[in-house]
Design a protein around this ligand. Structure first.
Ligand SMILES: [Zn+2]
Length: 90
């Protein structure tokens, strides 16, 4: 009998956990994209770790590059890599 109670408790626990997960609001896709760990450096095209990337403010937007050298290149030649509105050139 004790065994049955434990099993019932586990089932209830899992059920509650699943309900809690389902009730969570879904995350917009744009936020998931922004949270991606990998990015490409727009200057040299190398893959970089977003956490280690350098942030450079160019054309009013924060841009991510892989290194200080690439940041310097980007701030010296912003038109080569960025559109006028600060978005990244393809
Ligand atoms: Zn780079």
């Amino acid at each position: 009998m004790k065994q049955n109670l434990i099993t019932l408790g586990m089932v209830l626990g899992i059920g509650l956990a699943a309900t809690g997960l389902a009730a969570r609001p879904s995350i917009p896709k744009s936020m998931i994209d922004a949270g991606k760990k990998d990015a490409t450096c727009m200057v040299c095209g190398k893959k970089m770790d977003k956490e280690k990337a350098q942030k450079v403010l160019v054309k009013g937007k924060e841009q991510l590059v892989c290194s200080e050298a690439c940041g310097k290149e980007l701030s010296q030649n912003p038109d080569k890599y960025l559109n006028d509105d600060g978005s990244r050139k393809p």
